[in-house]
Design a protein around this ligand. Structure first.
Ligand code: C5P
Length: 679
């Protein structure tokens, strides 16, 4: 799955009006990954509807495919069609990469041990290699699986030699992660004889109950077991897994926590559509709503939605609460604790120190960075509010840090609409909620009362070399708070990188191969968006003679244009999530190819002598006529005056005159909305 187009550092634009809107959440990660496994065990095809499409479910579905299970994904319809093999995995060898997905790591290991007959090689990312697996591996070993560890004993990477599970009684220690018990429960009906699972120590029950209730939906008589916490599970044996042909997945209750808590930061009211009542839901994290009520938000039901409201004037107080049973949501409340009256104490957190990162330590560090008084014990976190400081937040490759502090950043700390929190690596939310910042931005735009003004405009500026595009675009971006993107710099930086690698523009296959190894990213600098390649941004080198001479040759190669096309289009989303009123993009094919539907398309021209004079005044050696000739004559996306674009000849105009002319056309579209200032 492609990474969402987010800048490497995302300043969070605060809400300048109270939140007001309805959101639809993606499907639950926990339910989707359990349902994928259970569907793979059915003999009949099952369609999972409302499923989550994210990194974690991508890992799970890709692994099932490599095990020979037919899984068809339709992201647009949020649907997975799974044609299972009825309890035996078709593939006898496979290499499975579980990334940092805890559910995939535990569920797939148990699945291969019980339903596989062969040798399966497993690995995860570095952080996953340190996450707890021991309890599950020991239980599976006692039931007949054999693990050969390729690194540390009890950890990824390992080779699993599988020949099915024998029955009998087995003990499992799932104190460090309830997913280990869930994994064993899901495959227990496949054992060669009845299996009784005995718990050593406690387990966090809500996720076990979820597993048992889902097992019941897939034809296993476990509904009674789900009713109350138990220490021993005698599962029925040998029954086939069955399911309705259409299996619906609930929206993700943990993801709901961010939006239900948003009124703490932004005031107002947020409706989360499609969440079942707590009693009807399979998800224990809905209990977070109760914690919000204790804080002082009002929670209610309205036409199938759960509504969270901050009643004007009502105080919001810190609470002392045990989050052990719904601990994925503790980060949401911890991040917002600075906005509550009095201290907040969160308990029951020990196991979260071994999740995506040490979440307790990470939270304490980030809250301290924001000026808060934090006391941390092994199991608890107490946050006493202090005046908030502006800060950049480290997210530790943990989606929940990005989303929790994303919500805190919605608070208009200085009452000026200016970002004060910058979230590092916001794209890590792709693990469970790839569109999180987009949904937040939509809610922000929707909450703005200027509904007659469009939410967002796109402005395309094309023209030949030295026609004044850059200075004009910069000035307009300043005037209207638009994100400025110079696509010439994209072609220049890519050219520079390819030249460094000794690639010749004439060798198209070498160009294509080199491009495949260039990871693109975005960095925001004030109102400009800068392209990142491998984490680096362009410098002076892209304006040098060598690049000037070669850039148009590389820009004419179809693979280069294709490489930048989706990236350039994705900049509209970057502008949206970063709170800009729109996007202004300059280049040669913006109004014709990249954004042919742009709200404004301008084409700048100037007399060639005047253009050469401008370049010389910048101290550059630039063969602008030769570049224009190449740019206008190439086959793919040539420089042309796009149909219906407004052409402006700037030969005898000052920069201010050009900007005023274009600005006069743009201004009416933005209504009377005030334009934020950047410091
Ligand atoms: O705008 P600038 O002069 O920096 O662009 C450098 C070169 O990049 C252009 O001469 C052209 O070959 C290429 N380019 C392009 N399409 C764009 C922007 C730039 O082909 N949209």
């Amino acid at each position: 799955m492609s990474k969402p187009p987010l800048p490497s550092l995302l300043p969070i634009p605060p809400f300048t009006r109270a939140a007001d809107g309805t959101i639809t959440l993606p499907g639950s990660k926990s339910l989707t990954n359990r349902a994928l496994l259970l569907a793979a065990l059915c003999a009949q095809p099952v369609e999972l509807r409302g499923a989550l499409f994210s990194e974690d479910t991508e890992i799970m579905s890709a692994a099932l495919r490599s095990l020979g299970v037919h899984v068809e994904a339709d992201a647009a319809r949020c649907s997975f069609r799974v044609a299972g093999a009825g309890g035996i995995l078709p593939a006898t060898t496979a290499t499975i990469q579980v990334g940092n997905a805890g559910t995939a790591a535990r569920f797939l290991t148990a699945l291969c041990a019980a339903a596989g007959r062969g040798v399966y090689r497993f690995d995860g990312v570095e952080a996953m290699r340190r996450r707890p697996m021991g309890g599950l591996l020991e239980a599976l070993t006692r039931l007949g699986a054999e693990f050969r560890f390729l690194g540390q004993p009890g950890c990824f990477p390992f080779e699993l030699h599988a020949r099915g599970l024998r029955g009998g009684t087995v003990e499992i220690d799932a104190r460090e992660s309830s997913q280990m018990l869930s994994a064993l429960l899901m495959v227990a009906p496949l054992a060669a004889a009845p299996l009784c699972i005995r718990l050593v120590g406690d387990v966090r029950w809500p996720f076990v109950a979820m597993t048992l209730r889902q097992l019941a939906q897939f034809g296993q008589p476990t509904a009674e077991l789900a009713a109350r916490p138990a220490a021993e599970f005698a599962l029925s044996w040998g029954r086939p897994f069955t399911a309705p042909s259409l299996y619906p997945i609930e929206p993700d209750a943990t993801a709901a926590s961010y939006f239900l808590a948003l009124p703490i930061a932004a005031g107002g009211s947020v409706r989360v559509a499609g969440l079942p009542e707590a009693g009807e839901s399979l998800q224990g994290d809905l209990a977070f709503a109760g914690a919000l009520e204790r804080v002082g938000l009002q929670l209610s039901r309205e036409a199938g939605a759960l509504v969270s409201t901050r009643v004007a004037g009502a105080p919001l107080r810190g609470i002392d609460a045990d989050f052990n049973l719904y601990s994925d949501t503790f980060l949401t409340l911890a991040a917002l604790a600075p906005l509550l009256e009095g201290p907040t104490t969160l308990r029951g957190l020990t196991h979260t120190r071994k999740q995506e990162t040490d979440r307790v330590a990470g939270m304490a560090a980030e809250l301290r960075r924001l000026g808060q008084d934090v006391v941390e014990t092994e199991d608890t976190l107490t946050i006493t509010p202090r005046p908030l400081l502006a800060s950049q937040i480290e997210t530790y490759h943990d989606h929940r840090f990005a989303m929790s502090f994303g919500v805190l950043g919605c608070h208009d700390l200085r009452a000026n609409g200016q970002p004060w929190i910058t979230v590092g690596n916001p794209a890590c939310c792709a693990k469970t909620f790839p569109d999180f910042f987009e949904v937040l931005a939509q809610l922000r735009a929707h909450s703005h009362p200027m509904s007659t003004a469009p939410d967002f405009i796109t402005v395309a500026i094309d023209g030949g070399a030295a026609s004044g595009k850059s200075s004009t675009s910069r000035a307009l971006s300043e005037r209207f708070h638009l994100l400025h993107v110079d696509t010439g710099a994209h072609y220049r930086f890519v050219t520079h990188q390819l030249l460094e690698r000794g690639v010749d523009a004439a060798d198209e296959s070498a160009v294509a191969a080199a491009l495949a190894a260039l990871p693109l990213g975005t960095r925001l600098a004030g109102r400009s968006s800068l392209i990142e390649i491998d984490g680096r941004i362009p410098g002076e080198e892209i304006r040098g003679q060598r690049v000037n001479e070669q850039v148009s040759r590389f820009a004419a190669v179809p693979a280069v244009r294709q490489f930048l096309l989706a990236y350039q289009r994705s900049q509209a989303q970057v502008a949206r999530v970063a709170g800009f009123r729109g996007l202004i993009m300059e280049g040669r094919d913006i109004g014709s190819v990249i954004f042919p539907e742009a709200d404004f398309r301008f084409y700048l021209q100037a007399d060639p002598v005047e253009r050469a004079r401008r370049r010389a005044a910048e101290g550059q050696t630039d063969a602008i006529h030769e570049r224009d000739r190449l740019d206008a004559s190439r086959k793919t996306a040539p420089l042309t005056l796009p149909n219906g674009a407004t052409a402006i000849d700037s030969t005898h105009l000052s920069l201010l005159q050009v900007v005023d002319q274009l600005g006069a056309l743009i201004a009416p579209r933005l209504g009377a909305t005030t334009i934020p200032h950047l410091p």
